[in-house]
Structures are given as structure tokens and as C-alpha cells.
Design a protein around this ligand. Structure first.
Ligand SMILES: Nc1nc2c(ncn2[C@@H]2O[C@H](COP(=O)(O)OP(=O)(O)OP(=O)(O)O)[C@@H](O)[C@H]2O)c(=O)[nH]1
Length: 664
């Protein structure tokens, strides 16, 4: 049986409540062993399994809400495993590996894609604490998940690899936490590695983040070395949430997922008040009223509770039918007790757009339903209907980056059995219109273009704009020269350069997004032997000399191959498209000229030589039935062709040219 995605696949383990003093059957007698292990045994006891947890026993001063943030692969999920074990939330003997990475795509790629919350019950010196841990993704495409998670926290564990030291996402994530005014606990991980140099990393942390060296905790999450002191620091250095339990309910929806049986499961952080099953709540965003069906904590599986109290982080199910009803950043309050909504979040801004089409048009409806379901679990994807003469009806989807696009595609295939064609990604350009007619048509002066086919002509535009990002590159000094040349070739403007230690440099560049979207990271990695790291943040738009490039076959315009390029790159890009098309077009009875053109100016050309495929050539002699069969097969093949002028172009040829370069 295929396990449903998201929370819940762990359900077989059915962690249940340990509820001293709660209504229902008495908890089993204390067991020998460390407090965490005892808690675990109680959690697993079948008597307690039916009970709901009583969360009133955790006053705000006994609560710590924190995220684990780091550069990719520095060990967040492994540290989360050890913390879950140490607090007895999961069984230590089970060889746990990245337990909170629950999606198949996360397990296969070994990366975290979705932030996951776990509530840990922890006894320390006779006091019982509730530690709400959020494990976050490290890759730049998912930094939106990180910033959202931080809104439910008062502190972070900033994990840094003792061998690699501070990397680009370490810097980006630190500043997210710093700007949110959270307590930062630096954790230097992987001290067991042969090449580990924790002292060097301590100095980097002091220099770049201005954090005193004695605040760094050195651990090996893999071996469990010194992980106890991380728990101690969480309790001592992260402040409890400042909340009011006697005020009316004010709950922030900081994440949400969709379960096909129960509807929306909203992850909430309670800033004020209390919420319980049966309460009537209102969404500040939609003003719709709902009745709460279930509240609970993730332990790390869903564990229903009697109530959730201010300062706590948990989940809430209230009959919302899709995630648009539980918008991330929304505030929930009690019916007839309106409150000032919490600030919420800026909505996720798609950075790349690509066309998505079913491989076979008869699969359109199935794919439509799969996309709808998956976007319910990933609301940062935007979807617009689109169509192409060659590929049929489809959609134009917006993603936070290329990895996000690949992960979405993989999830469609794995979780919904869909097979799709994804076209080359483009970035969202803008045009400031000068034509009164167009302004009237669009009802605005500045339009965003997510489909190259809709690029307005230069004569109707006063200026074009392209998205830019502020990129951070951290590299060993010896590769700086090569990296600078790469950045220059990508039209980047250097903004800053500092040494973070004797031989490591941090470079800051303003880069056009379309120059980095496809292969910048790969180029950076290969010319620095894998040592340089890269992260970027949105930096708005800049004026750009963009041109629309057409592709012509014997003078006939091919609508699906229109591309927007910077004028300086037009020749290179045009040549590459012509070459790819030449390789994928079958020869025909006449010569075919493939041309890339800007307006009437031809900038690149390839030729496919004439050739006659005589399907009857082998049928010498008089077997008429065999001849008829071959001619019929040829006629069927023609149905998969599109005629451009008198040229027959197979659908496969378009696919080869349009498919993303990352698709193999
Ligand atoms: N030697 C050693 N390896 C470790 C340690 N901690 C984690 N690793 C390994 O480092 C790799 C990455 O660990 P993860 O915990 O998945 O890292 P992450 O930061 O969660 O990764 P993302 O979610 O992709 O950003 C895995 O192969 C771990 O086994 C450690 O203390 N020592």
C-alpha cells in the first residue's frame, strides 16, 4: 500500500499520551531508566493511548519554541533525531535516521523540503518542559519554510559543520533569525570527522555573527556526543514565549497540509488564549467560521490534546476544505471575540515559471487533479492554465526555484503516478507599457510576463525590467578569481567582499535571476571543486535590455519556441536552440532552414539537409497488402506531427527543445 504523504505515515506507531493527573485511566507506574525513556514507555502504553494529553500542565515558563536552522547537510535532521531520542519521544534502539523527513522525496534525496514540528516532553531537575522543535530545510528554495517556522519560535539552534564551517545558507539563515530577534545558539556539529576543525569554526562565528566563542556548543549529532548540553542550552538560553492565556484566542497559522480524509490540518502557534475541540473559530483572512474538530500536538505524530494553550505550538482541524481556507499567516480567533490579527507573512514569491503538460493529452484530467491535490500541500506553487500548439492543454506553474520545481515534479510522479513534460523555466519579467491600447487591455501600466509568448513588442513598451537577487558566495580564497569571472559572465555586479577567516572569502553580488536559474550553481560547484556555496535573496527588479527571440522554420514562425533573452545573450541562446532543433528534426524531402531572429534580424541559423524516406523501398515485388500496412503506419505517425508551413515537426522534437536542461 502506498503511504499517504505528509504527516501520518508514522501512525502505525501511534504515540499516545503520558498524562499525569489527567482524566481517564491512571498512568502506569514509573519505570526504571532515564526520565526520557520512562516517558517513552508511558507514551507507548496501550492504556494511555486512548487519552488526550492535558497541555495545561505546561505553563508558558516551561515552554521553549525553537527551530533548527543550517546550511544544507550540516546535520539538522540528525540533531533532531538525537533530541527526539534523548527526550524519549522516539525509541533510541531503532537506528533512527532523519525521522522528521517524512516525504519519500526527502528520504530519497536526503534533504528536508518541508519544515516539521515535534513537541518533546522533557523532564529536567524535577521540572517538566514542553520543547517545540521545528526542523527546517536548508536549501535556498525552501527558505520561505524557514522564515515561516521562525515566527512560531523564540530561539534557534544554528548548526554549522565543523569541517565545512560557515556556508552561504548559514549566513542567510542566521540573518533570518537575527531579524526576527530570536536567541541564537550556535551548534558546531560533526566534531567526530577526521578533518573537523571546531576552533576555526568558532572563530568564524565570532567574526561573522559577533557571537562570543564560549556560546558555541560542539557536538557530534551522529554519535550523540554532547547533545545533552544542547537541550540544557535550549532551556537556559531561549526565553519562554511571552503570552496571555486569559486573553481571547489569537492563533497564527504558520503552516498547513491537506489530508484527503480530514481536510486541512493547520499548524498553529498560540499567541494568546486557549482553544479546544468544539470551539467556534473565525479566520481573520476569510471571515469564515468553523467548529474545531480536533486539536493536538505533533509528538512527532499527531497526538490529540484536550486543549492548546497560549505559548504552545500544535495542530488544529476545523473542517476547512482546502488550504486556501487556512492561509499561511492567517490569524484564528474565537467567534464573537475578534482580535487584532498578527502580522502574518509576505506571500511566497515564485522565482521561476515553467509550462507543464501531460505526456498524453488523454491524461489531462488526471494530471489536473494531481496538481490540485499537490498544491494543497504546497501552497507556494502558483498555477495558471496555459496551452501550446505542440503540447496541447496544460499549465504554467510558478516555483520558488529550480530544486522546488524538480521536487514538485518528483512528488507528482511518486505520489500521484503522473508523467509530465516540463518546459524550460523562465523568470517573471516586467514591462512598463507605453501603448494606451495595451494599458486599457491589461488595466495596468506595469505588467508581469510569465509566458514568453505574451511578451509585448518594444514599440509598445517604455522599459523592460528583469528580477535580480542579492547572492552570497562563500569560497576558499584560491577560487575567488575564477568565481569573479563566472559572475562577470553572468552580468553580475559585485557589492562586497570580506574574508571570514584566513583563507575563506564571502562575496556579495547583485545578479540577474535568469542568469542563475538553470546552471549557475553547477558551474560554481564545478569550478570550485565543490567547495563554494551559494545563497540568494530577492532584490527586486532592474531595467534590462530584453528582446524577444523568435524561431523560424523556412521562414515560418514557431509559436512555442519564443524566448525572452537579454540582448547580449541572444546569439548564444539562439544558436543553442537552433542546434537542439536541428538534432531533433527528422530530415524531409526538402531542405529546412532553422533560424533564430530578433524582429527581422536573423542572429543564428542551422540547416537540415533534404532527404527522402521511401517507406516502400524494401517492398520490391508485388506484395500489395504489405505496402498498404506500411503506408497506414506512416499515416498514423503523421498524427503526432505538427505542420509548420509545409514542414512536419514531430511532437518529440518540441519536447527535446523545450524540456528543461535539468531533465535527463
Ligand atoms: N560524521 C558525521 N556525520 C553527520 C553528523 N551529523 C549529520 N551527519 C551526516 O550528514 C549528512 C546530512 O545530515 P542531515 O541531518 O540530513 O542534514 P540536514 O542539515 O538536515 O540536511 P538538509 O535537510 O538537506 O538541509 C547525513 O549523511 C548525516 O548522517 C555528525 O555529527 N557526524
Amino acid at each position: 500500500m502506498r503511504l499517504p504523504a505528509g504527516r501520518g505515515w508514522w501512525r502505525g506507531r501511534a504515540l499516545a499520551a503520558w498524562v499525569p493527573g489527567a482524566a481517564g485511566p491512571a498512568p502506569p507506574p514509573p519505570l526504571p531508566g532515564p526520565p526520557g525513556a520512562r516517558a517513552l514507555d508511558r507514551l507507548y502504553s496501550s492504556a494511555a493511548r486512548q487519552e488526550k494529553v492535558d497541555m495545561s500542565r505546561f505553563p508558558a515558563e516551561n515552554i521553549r519554541n525553537f527551530s533548527i536552522i543550517a546550511h544544507v547537510d550540516h546535520g539538522k535532521s540528525t540533531l533532531a533525531d538525537r533530541l527526539l531520542e534523548l527526550t524519549g519521544t522516539i525509541d533510541k534502539t531503532k537506528n533512527n535516521k532523519q525521522v522528521l523527513d517524512k516525504l519519500q522525496v526527502e528520504r530519497e534525496r536526503g534533504i528536508t523540503v518541508k519544515a516539521q514540528t515535534a513537541s518533546l516532553f522533557y523532564n529536567r531537575e524535577g521540572k517538566e518542559y514542553l520543547l517545540n522543535l521545528i526542523d527546517t530545510p536548508g536549501h535556498v528554495d525552501f527558505s520561505y519554510e524557514v522564515s515561516r517556522s521562525l515566527s512560531a519560535c523564540q530561539g534557534v539552534l544554528l548548526v554549522v559543520d565543523a569541517n565545512e564551517g560557515i556556508q552561504a545558507q548559514t549566513v542567510a539563515n542566521f540573518f533570518l533569525a537575527f531579524e526576527a530577534q530570536l536567541s541564537v545558539i550556535p551548534v558546531i556539529n560533526k566534531i567526530d570527522l577526521k578533518n573537523a576543525d571546531p576552533e576555526r569554526v568558532v572563530k568564524q562565528i565570532e567574526k561573522v555573527f559577533d557571537i562570543p566563542s564560549d556560546e558555541c556548543i560542539k557536538i557530534s549529532a551522529k554519535l550523540g556526543t554532547n547533545v545533552e548540553s544542547v537541550l540544557q542550552a535550549v532551556i537556559e538560553r531561549i526565553p519562554p514565549p511571552k503570552v496571555h492565556r486569559n486573553s481571547p484566542l489569537r492563533a497564527l497559522v504558520f503552516d498547513s497540509t491537506f489530508d484527503q480524509y480530514r481536510g486541512v490540518i493547520a499548524n498553529v502557534a498560540l499567541f494568546d488564549g486557549v482553544v479546544a475541540k468544539g470551539d467556534k473559530i473565525v479566520s481573520a483572512h476569510t471571515q469564515k467560521t468553523y467548529e474545531v474538530n480536533e486539536v493536538g500536538v505533533l509528538n512527532p505524530n499527531e497526538q490529540p490534546t484536550h486543549k492548546l494553550y497560549a505559548g504552545q505550538v500544535g495542530y488544529l482541524i476545523a473542517g476547512m476544505k482546502d488550504v486556501t481556507e487556512a492561509q499561511i499567516g492567517d490569524t484564528l480567533y474565537l467567534h464573537k471575540q475578534p482580535v487584532e490579527p498578527l502580522p502574518g507573512f509576505k506571500s511566497a514569491k515564485p522565482m521561476v515559471f515553467a509550462g507543464m503538460y501531460p505526456v498524453d493529452q488523454s491524461e489531462y484530467n488526471n494530471l489536473k487533479s494531481a496538481i490540485e491535490k499537490l498544491t494543497l500541500n504546497d501552497s507556494s506553487v502558483t498555477v495558471h492554465r496555459d496551452s501550446s500548439l505542440a503540447l496541447g492543454a496544460g499549465w504554467r506553474l510558478g516555483f520558488l526555484g529550480l530544486l522546488h520545481m524538480e521536487v514538485f515534479n518528483q512528488r507528482l510522479e511518486q505520489e500521484y503516478n503522473a508523467s509530465v513534460i516540463l518546459t524550460t523555466p523562465t523568470v517573471p519579467y516586467k514591462a512598463v507599457l507605453s501603448s494606451a491600447k495595451l494599458i486599457k487591455e491589461y488595466r495596468e501600466k506595469e505588467i508581469t510576463i510569465i509566458n514568453p509568448a505574451q511578451f509585448p513588442e518594444k514599440s509598445k513598451v517604455s522599459e523592460y525590467l528583469e528580477p535580480v537577487v542579492l547572492g552570497t558566495i562563500i569560497t576558499p580564497d584560491e577560487y575567488t578569481g575564477k568565481i569573479m569571472m563566472l559572475c562577470q559572465a553572468r552580468r553580475a555586479v559585485q557589492k562586497n567582499m570580506v574574508f571570514i577567516d584566513q583563507n575563506r572569502v564571502m562575496l556579495k553580488y547583485l545578479l540577474p535571476l535568469n542568469e542563475i536559474v538553470v546552471d549557475f550553481y553547477d558551474s560554481l560547484k564545478s569550478l570550485s571543486s565543490g567547495y563554494a556555496s551559494f545563497d540568494y535573496e530577492d532584490a527586486g527588479y532592474q531595467t534590462a535590455e530584453l528582446v524577444k527571440m523568435d524561431i523560424l522554420l523556412n521562414g515560418n514562425f514557431v509559436e512555442e519556441l519564443v524566448t525572452i533573452v537579454h540582448k547580449d545573450k541572444a546569439h548564444t541562446v539562439g544558436k543553442a536552440i537552433c542546434e537542439r532543433l536541428k538534432d531533433s528534426l527528422p530530415r524531409q524531402l526538402f531542405e529546412i532552414a532553422i533560424q533564430a531572429a530578433i524582429g527581422s534580424r536573423i542572429i543564428a541559423r542551422e540547416t537540415v539537409k533534404a532527404y527522402r524516406k521511401n517507406v516502400l523501398a524494401k517492398c520490391y515485388g508485388g506484395d500489395i497488402t504489405r505496402k498498404m500496412k506500411l503506408l497506414k503506419r506512416q499515416a498514423e505517425g503523421k498524427k503526432k506531427l505538427r505542420k509548420i508551413g509545409n514542414i512536419e515537426v514531430p511532437k518529440d522534437a518540441f519536447i527535446k527543445v523545450l524540456k528543461t536542461q535539468t531533465d535527463k
